[in-house]
Unconditional design. Structure first.
Length: 324
């Protein structure tokens, strides 16, 4: 299977390294700048590079497109890829609004192609047994909590590359946490969503702090809070059940339970599971673990938070999230 990679940031790098561990062919890179696209193609062994997504999609040799571009481009690019008849893996988030997500899902369902999302929190190996016990009724999740604190006053990504685009704490980073909760709650109806999303920062032009609280009709709760203004990083998750407490410190690479502390896979190794699952889904024709329809519950929660912000601050375009 020939793969086209759209974007050459951190996720483009991680996905390329995972692909090199499979029998997929690294075929085409699509980038914004010629020199950067050319260098990335040479570094990872892609056969071709281009600055035109249309040119890549017109190539009948391309079977799969992985979209690792800036968040606000995901919706339009995913729809173009699906309409061009390509299997499509979309970096989180699927879109920057619920309506946009629904448009991508509609295009995916009409395409007949395999399409899915890069939601790596779903793929944690150390949570597989917990999820199975929950689905069998052997264990019940009572509460999920997450923290995400980083310093993002200057627009430089995790690889040290100065970005031409702005991130979004709600639609990108909190999408990870909200989707994990909705995934583990396994369809439990949402009773209430409460939130705080800060006003736009005078330097960055975006909200820098956020809190989201979700209650389900099954008397379960979820909370995530974080800031782009923190002087040092926190990135962890806590799951409390009727049997155990699971504390995942992603930066330290550990899982703490009543039995003690154990090492867990790093983020990049865990993210490679997304690639392996998607390639298998394409080969077998099954939906991937993070299918398009399955992420819509999380998008509904995010849209509720956004609607509240719009009502208080006025719906408008901000860096990284243009009005659509």
């Amino acid at each position: 299977m020939n793969v086209c990679m759209v974007g050459y940031g951190m996720m483009g790098q991680w996905h390329s390294e995972a692909l090199k561990r499979t029998d997929a062919v690294l075929h085409t890179v699509v980038g914004r700048r010629e020199e950067a696209a050319k260098e990335f193609a040479a570094r990872y062994g892609y056969k071709k590079w281009t600055v035109s997504l249309e040119a890549a999609l017109a190539d009948p040799a391309v079977d799969i497109v992985i979209i690792g571009s800036p968040s606000e481009q995901h919706e339009a690019q995913a729809i173009r890829c699906l309409e061009a008849g390509k299997h499509t893996l979309i970096e989180i988030p699927i879109a920057m609004s619920l309506a946009g997500a629904e448009r991508v899902v509609a295009a995916g369902e009409c395409s007949g192609k395999v399409y899915g999302l890069c939601h790596p929190m779903r793929f944690r190996r150390e949570r597989e047994a917990l999820r199975e016990r929950v689905r069998q009724g052997e264990e019940k999740i009572r509460h999920i909590a997450g923290r995400f604190f980083i310093k993002r006053l200057v627009n430089i990504g995790a690889t040290g590359y100065r970005r031409s685009w702005s991130d979004n704490i709600l639609w990108h980073h909190f999408c990870h946490f909200v989707d994990l909760a909705m995934f583990l709650f396994d369809g439990a109806p949402v009773r209430r969503v409460q939130s705080y999303l800060g006003s736009c920062h005078e330097t960055t032009g975006i909200p820098m702090e956020c809190v989201v609280l979700v209650e389900t009709e099954n008397d379960q709760s979820f909370m995530v809070h974080g800031s782009y203004h923190s002087t040092y990083r926190f990135y962890d998750k806590l799951i409390v059940t009727n049997r155990e407490t699971y504390f995942y410190d992603i930066l330290a690479g550990t899982l703490r339970t009543e039995a003690g502390v154990a090492a867990i896979e790093g983020e990049q190794e865990n993210c490679a599971r997304v690639i392996f699952d998607f390639l298998d889904a394409v080969r077998t024709g099954r939906p991937p673990l993070a299918s398009g329809p399955s992420v819509l519950p999380a998008m509904r929660v995010l849209q509720t938070v956004q609607d509240d912000w719009d009502a208080r601050h006025g719906a408008r375009s901000i860096p990284g999230r243009p009005m659509t």
